[in-house]
Design a protein around this ligand. Sequence first.
Ligand SMILES: Cc1cc2nc3c(=O)[nH]c(=O)nc-3n(C[C@H](O)[C@H](O)[C@H](O)COP(=O)(O)O)c2cc1C
Length: 321
Amino acid sequence: MKLGHYELGVPVFLAPLAGVTDKAFRETVCAVGGEYVWTEMISDKALTYQNSRTLNMLDLYGESEPRIVQLFGSDPETMARAALLAIDCSANVIDINMGCPAQKIVKNGEGSALLKDLPRAQAIASAVVRAVHVPVTVKIRLGWNDEDIVAIELAKGLEAVGVQMLTVHARTREQFYSGQADWEWIRRVKQAVSIPVIGNGDVFIPEDAGRLIEQTGCDGVMIGRGALGNPWLIPRTQHYLNSGSLLPEPRLEERLQVVLQHFDRILRYKGDRIGLNEMRKHAVWYIKGVQKAAQLRNVIMQTKSPEEMRAVLIQILQDIG
Ligand SMILES: Cc1cc2nc3c(=O)[nH]c(=O)nc-3n(C[C@H](O)[C@H](O)[C@H](O)COP(=O)(O)O)c2cc1C
């Protein structure tokens, strides 16, 4: 598939994940062979106020194209201004969040609240498309709840105002992350529009991505939760889609090296105090599924310094190897 002048093949995207897909994690995914990553969602208002934390989220230095930045907001003009600022920070694609279910977002009319206000959703997309010279994409859910599925109507409206790609997370707002993603709706959206459609929801192993494409005809896939503590899932899924064959899981030495490099990046970008705290979360994901994970989790949570965290990680990963 093509997005603007980018030829992406059948892409596997790392999903935008607030609090997760920061620069350190994006670089880690790319270091193990992932090609297409997304920023966390970034507030249009905070960006236009030049909030320093928000500007840090737009540090795209050294990252390869296409650099995809996701914005959320509810006002067309503010979104358009924020999109221009993101482009000043070297974004190559602007993605608009129309799926975040969190109450603190929805109560401001942002994220999945837009599924209840299609004219506004369309006006936001239109304003951003008119303001920028790069591709604009949108990430949606199916609708607010089962009684109000709007994905097809919304998709058509977004295509009509010049949106160039859609990602469909096949759940409703009310579902949050529960239940199963209903891929059938991805197939229906794909049939209803002619722009590329990326399928999203419940891809946890490379073969899931193969089934998602087979069942829906979608042009690419996006992986979120499956990549937590498992950045290798992105390149392994890409390899599977490209070749039909499965790469082996990474060996212990590689895992250890990647985890420690991820930690170094976190410390570099966030400093020791915040970095240590952030690594606790990632470390728990990296050890998920191993024996005695609950006990190890406590050890990780009690680490008091980067040095201690490093030593604990090496010990744990060597023990489970
Ligand atoms: C911790 C977390 C943070 C998320 N943050 C965002 C976000 O910033 N923007 C967005 O569009 N979706 C966000 N999502 C939704 C994911 O991008 C994705 O649509 C969802 O997790 C379904 O895909 P999966 O089944 O592969 O996880 C988030 C999900 C999780 C679990």
